[in-house]
Design a protein around this ligand. Sequence first.
Ligand code: URA
Length: 480
Amino acid sequence: MYRTQVEPGWSLDAWRGRARAALAIGVAPEDLQWDGDAQQGLALGAPLPDAPEAGAQLLVPARFMDLASAVLCHRDTGRHGLLYRLLWRIVKGERRLLDRATDPDVVAASTLAAAVRRDSHKMKAFVRFRQIEEGEEAYVAWFEPDHWILDRVAPFFAKRFAGMRWAILTPYRSVRWDGAVLTFGPGGVRADAPADDAREDLWRTYYANIFNPARLNPTMMRQEMPQKYWKGLPEAALLPSLMREAGSRVRDMAEREAQAPRRKIPARHTAPSPVDTGGLVAARAQAADCRRCPLWEPATQTVWGEGPEDARLMFIGEQPGDAEDLTGRPFVGPAGALLDRAFADAGIDRAAAYLTNAVKHFRFEQRGKVRLHKRPDSGHVRACHTWLQRELATVRPDTVVCLGATAASAVFGTGFKHTQERGRWHTLGNGVRAMATVHPAWVLRQPAAARESAYRVLVADLAAVSSGVNEPTRVNVRSQ
Ligand code: URA
């Protein structure tokens, strides 16, 4: 009888080394005690010798290694022995053992692996970084996993947030990313991580806006977002009150819908809509009846631009969202709320600017009761270009700001490289200076840890617009 130990217990390399040593001298599973096994306290066996340096390579199916790497992260104390039993059976001739889905060892290992994968998924979904001031920017998150998954999941965060400095603390272990290397250290306590971050208000506002009370399913929600994670989630603070109010909000919604028919589109015309010159009022009336592309049909109404007809500054977004489609006004939903806040931070007066969209109908995909935003394609942008031209020709702004790549393609042409050109001034053919920046909805879509810096990109570009400090650079662009 032998005994052995895997250190750290979740390490595939460590377990493989011990398993190889046992196989090399032919130790059967029943003759090997793994520290952590239930009978470990009895410590009956002799220590397992190390494997010979040039020990034979273990040839096992990749599927087994994949299963083992997950099982090892489980807290179950019998997992090392269970895996060794599976390995023993495989190398002794049961090569297709893992295909036998009802085999008790296979069932046990698969169950442990599934729990670890679930826990890993929760970690990816529910880790929320908080910014700490440390001279340079750094973020810390607190998370309490059910299993030993930090080493398994950390590379995911390194890839996802490669450009940031961050640390994740758990009760048993911590990991730090300095932009190049992951370094593991001891565990911590919740108080080691900062609590609320002021910018989380923004996230909460967004969450409250997109929360649909009619789709509330508390059982499902608790399954997907178990309550133990709530304390780490800024949006979770809202859940009890949103859930409490869900009933009355649904009633309000039902009443509102009963009073106001959603569709405001006039009956279909056979002839294409006319486009002529004239003021904004005339153009708006014509656009209300637009059939230049199929987007008019499922949408509620054309969402025309808004602002003074002689505005010096024009902002162009992508297309109306759900709230804009229902109200008929641009930028009144969550992206609009964020844009208002960015305007305030950058010193821009929304009321003095003209806000519009490259595409004037809401493109969406119906999923149950929810209408999910769907990006317009170049055909929709082309079809709407005539309306944008009418707005540009009538308002004649000095400065145009494109919010996002779709608006930029409508203004600068489809060859415009938004990522490279973002934040730079260009001069349009008619002498108007123009810049493309990020879309506020893109900021909202960023994971919590990246949202703050994305927001700052938007505000910095808007501040440059507001102060006019950047001189226009002449580049070749499509004329208006
Ligand atoms: N996104 C846009 O691009 N425009 C809007 O009006 C609202 C959201």
